[in-house]
Every structure is written in C-alpha cells, then in structure tokens.
Ligand binder design. Structure first.
Ligand code: DGJ
Length: 566
C-alpha cells in the first residue's frame, strides 16, 4: 500500500534563469518529477534534512570530533551544510590545500551524512572576510567597493574581472578536487558565496562601477525583461512600469532615479559575477548550485541596510536573467512569517530550499511546512550543532540531550516518512500547516476530503483556541486513507465529493515507517480519537466528533482509514 509508485520523470533540469540544461543523471541533480522539482542523488529523490554548521566549524578537527558522531545517529540529519573558505584552500596564490575538504568528506561519509558545500569565496554576509590574505592585501589588483563619501570597504567589487576570475579559478579547483575524490557523491549541492550584496550604501561607487552605471542597461538584460514582461514578479514589474517600461536607456532612465536603479544595477553585477563563478565550477563538476539571500528586515529603509543587489525575492527576475547557471534562489529566514516568506521564494518556478533558519520547535514546524506545503527539497537550521544562548553566543557542541531536541524528533519523523513524502510531493497529494493562537484553524482540501485542522483543543472546551504552536503534514495515501504527522494538532475530515456527507474513522493506527514500510505500533480509538462530546452540535455540522490528535512521541505519525455515513 505504501510502496512508492513510479512517477513521470523528466530528464531536463530547469535552472533559476529558466534555461533548460541537460543533467548528468549519474550526478546529484535537480529533476522535475510530476508536481515537484526534486534533488536526485544516486538515482533516487532525496530530501535534505539538513543543518548548517557554524561558519568556521569545518576548519576545526577538534571541535568537529564531538559533533560528527551525533548529527545522524542522534539528531537524524542526513545532510550537513559546511562552509569552505577561499582562504582555507588557497592560502597562497595558485597553491591549493584541500585537507579540510577531504576531512569533511571522510567524516561525513563515515557518519552517514551528505554535504552541501557553502563556498565562502568573494563574499560572506556581504563582506569579503574569507578572501585569502593575498587578495585582501592586494587592493590595487583586487579592487574594492567604494561607498558614498569615497571610502572603500572590505568588500571586493563585483565590477572587477580580476576579482571574478580569481574566485572562479579557486572555485573550479575546489570542485575539480571534489570530483576527483568524491566518487560516492557525499557532496550533493553547492551554495555559491553567502548572502551577497553591498552593505552601507545602495551601490558600489568605485570608478569602475560609476563608469558602468553611466552606460546604458546591457542589452541581454533588456532583452530578457522584454521577453518575460508578462511573467515578471509584480513588485519588480512595478518598478520598471513606474519608469515607463523603457526598452533602452541608462539605469536611472529605465528603473527610476535613486536606490531602486542602484539595487537593480548591483543585482545584475552580482548575478553576472556569480554566474561566471558557478559556470567555472560546473565545468569541473556540475553539482546543483544555489545562492542564499539575507532577506529584507522590518527595520530596513532601503537597499544598503540589507545587502543591495542580493537575491532578495523582489530581485529574482534580475538574478534569473543574470545567472542561468544557478538552480535555486534561497532565503535565509530568521523572521516570523515563514508561511508568507516561503511563498515568496516559491514563485516563478523557483524551487524552495531553506539553507538557514531556526532550530527548536519553530524549526520543526518550519521543516514540516516547507517540505509538506511548499514542496521544498529540504530545510536546514543554522548553527544547530551548538544552539545559541540569549546573547547569541554559541553554547556547548554538541548540545546535551541531542536526541531529545524538538528538531531531532521532527527529523526522526521526516526521515521515516521521506520516501512517502517525496512520492506525494511529486503526485501533488501532500499538504502542511503551521498554526498558532492567531491562526488556530485551517481547512485544506486533500484527496476526496477537506481536512479541518486545528490546534489541539480541550475536549470540554472545543471552541477555545489554546496558546500552542502546532504543525503537521498530511498525505492522501489511498481511497479514504491518509497518513498524518505532526504535533499539537487535531484533524477532522469532511467529504468533498458527492455521497454521504459525514466522515467517520474506520481504522486509526499510530506507528512508524521502517525502510518505507508502515509498522503499526498501537491501535487508536476512544480517548485518542474523540475530540468533543457535544454530539448533537457536531451532528448538525455533519461531523462525527472524532478525528486525529497528533502529538510528538508515539502518536506523532498516524494512519487513518475513513468511511462515510449520513
Ligand atoms: C546569516 C549568515 O548567512 C550565516 O553565515 C551566519 O552569519 C548567520 N547569519 C548568523 O546568524
């Protein structure tokens, strides 16, 4: 009943730029499978249950010695996101040292983990902190961004071909090495740079940047915008429209005066630069590649408060035009509003991957939602191996009671469900919610029923929303049958097709999946299923009063079979 069904497999991969590229099916790659784009590793779809290490963790064998054994065995991660600094691998120009790369591969392999590399090349959080000393100290040769007032900052200028080619050479050498030593595909994807964009001003005002800004908008960008005019994201289209939809002219003529034009100019230059770095890397080893965005924060007044020119969602059209070698444009989400933010990064065919966000209960809810509702290829909290204290300082690594952490328990459930989730992402028969006191209920149409999902209520006060955070994902696994997983939720069912109007529960089991097969551990009923006793009220609502109550632990995964009556 739960064996994965064959899904229609397309062999072309669509990059963020909308350009179809032939994928080497032997390598990890992104593939359109039915209703979802999925990461395929060793011939099978793969769900990234990830965690991003603190920035420099992978440079310390001593620190990682205690961390590696815990990640999969206790925390149920299948993938670690590990930073690799340009300065670590090319300490002297043209002389490469890949010992940290080799150590990460070896340790990941022996601890049953895959790796997503984070290439800290020219930029990390906007700044050029991981550029090698010979680049930093060679300012004449490797030009910097200048900001208003003429000061240069510790940020390599994306307008410089020398900067770009030096980064591309190192990145290509790095991936050539990975290709040579990683035949078992431990590394499955690469983030190119980290949260790029100019901080402290809306654009680079170096001499080269000023000269480029005085030139007309490049023809390839204009051509792209005209070709995709009807499909542009509304907030960007509005910028172009406000300036009169001009098809040629200076940056300010085409995109308006001031910060808006500056931001588009920087997005074009960052995307072209990073596309070249990605292209050089893919020539050596064509792993899927993405960039991550430092998203706009509520206090930001404009570009420069957040990194100007980064892949924020309102700049996606420019990034698509400028960087066809990037496969995904990903958000780092440390704000409330995960539902809305992930929707914004799932537009225009962008496949969602969340490389940085929260751990804890919030992280568990986010992972379920991103994977279940937005069909994300994966989720990854930041700095999970040493959760931070109140001042943001990393605490002990690995965390005590690692196996009992909310995210570890959530990943345990998601890893059991992964084959089924991937099948139902492709079939479009999966949904998920995140609920809280402000949004205590949600209805979802899935299969032949509407699922009435709510925060778990007290059986005697069914109309009072409790102060809980609830999350869950649901799959329509057969006729009248669902698999549900989550925490702090209750679910009732309403038939959505012609026939008897009331749904009752024929069979309800709690259990787990072992190697993709359902193993029932408990037959549920009685107090497990009765959600309310005001039976005449619920009868008037065409409800039975019974349903599913999800909570972590033994009742965290349930399978129900429904029947209908009148
Ligand atoms: C976002 C960055 O991408 C990470 O590398 C790290 O610096 C975190 N911020 C810190 O919260």
């Amino acid at each position: 009943m739960f064996s994965p069904r064959a899904v229609v497999v397309a062999t072309l991969v669509v990059a963020a730029g909308g350009v179809a590229q032939a994928a080497d099916p032997a390598l990890p790659h992104l593939e359109r499978r039915g209703a979802a784009t999925q990461l395929v590793v060793d011939g099978k779809p793969f769900l990234v249950l990830g965690g991003e290490l603190h920035n420099t963790a992978a440079s310390s064998a001593e620190y990682m010695a205690a961390v590696w054994p815990v990640l999969n065995a206790k925390m149920h991660l299948n993938t670690v996101l590990a930073g690799i600094g340009w300065n670590w691998i090319e300490p002297a120009e043209g002389q490469y040292d890949f010992s940290l790369v080799d150590a990460a591969l070896k340790n990941a392999r022996s601890n049953n983990l895959r790796i997503v590399w984070l290439w800290f090349g020219s930029w990390k959080n906007g700044l050029s902190s991981f550029a090698p000393a010979w680049v930093k100290a060679g300012q004449q040769r490797f030009p910097r961004v200048a900001i208003r007032g003429g000061k240069t900052i510790e940020v390599l200028s994306p307008l410089s071909e020398t900067n770009r080619e030096a980064d591309a050479r190192a990145f290509a050498a790095f991936l050539r090495h990975v290709r040579e030593v990683d035949q078992s595909h431990t590394a499955i994807m690469v983030q190119v740079e980290n949260e790029v964009g100019v901080l402290g001003d809306s654009r680079d005002r170096s001499a080269a940047a000023n000269a480029a800004f005085a030139q007309p908008v490049p023809k390839p960008l204009m051509d792209y915008l005209q070709k995709h005019k009807d499909d542009l994201l509304p907030e960007f289209r509005q910028v172009w429209q406000a300036a009169g939809f001009k098809t040629a002219g200076s940056w300010e003529e085409v995109f308006g005066q001031g910060a808006k034009a500056d931001e588009v100019f920087m997005a074009w230059n960052y995307s072209r630069y990073i596309d070249r770095v990605a292209e050089a890397g893919k020539k050596e080893y064509a792993l899927p590649m993405y960039v991550n965005a430092w998203i706009v924060q509520p206090a930001d007044k404009g570009p420069g408060d957040y990194p100007s020119g980064g892949p924020q969602d309102h700049m996606h059209d420019i990034w698509r035009a400028g960087a066809p070698n990037l496969d995904l444009l990903s958000p780092d989400i440390y704000l409330p509003g995960f539902v809305e933010l992930t929707a914004r990064y799932s537009r225009s065919g962008n496949t969602l991957f969340v490389p940085e966000s929260f751990d804890g209960t919030r992280g568990a809810a986010n992972a379920f939602y991103a994977i279940g509702q937005q069909r994300a290829i994966g989720y990854s909290p930041f700095g999970f191996e040493a959760p931070r204290g109140e001042l943001g300082e990393p605490r002990s690594a690995p965390p005590p009671n690692a196996e009992k952490l909310p995210l570890s328990e959530a990943y345990d459930v998601l890893s059991q469900l992964a084959p089924l989730i991937l099948e139902h992402q492709a079939n479009g028969t999966i949904a998920a919610v995140q609920l809280d006191r402000q949004h205590p209920d949600q209805q979802i149409r899935l299969g032949d029923y509407t699922l009435n999902v709510g925060l778990t209520r007290n059986v005697r006060t069914p109309n009072v929303a409790p102060d809980l955070a609830g999350y869950g994902l649901f799959m329509a696994t057969g006729t009248d049958e669902y698999v549900l997983a989550g925490n702090n939720l209750q679910v009732t069912f309403t038939p959505a097709t012609p026939g008897p109007p009331i749904a009752g529960i024929a069979l309800q089991e709690a259990g787990r999946f072992e190697k993709g097969q359902w193993v029932a551990t408990r037959l549920l009923g009685g107090d497990d299923s009765v959600l309310r006793y005001d039976i005449s009220t619920v009868a008037d609502l065409n409800q039975s009063g019974s349903g599913v109550r999800l909570s972590t632990g033994e009742r965290g995964i349930q399978r129900v079979h429904l029947y209908r009556y009148r």
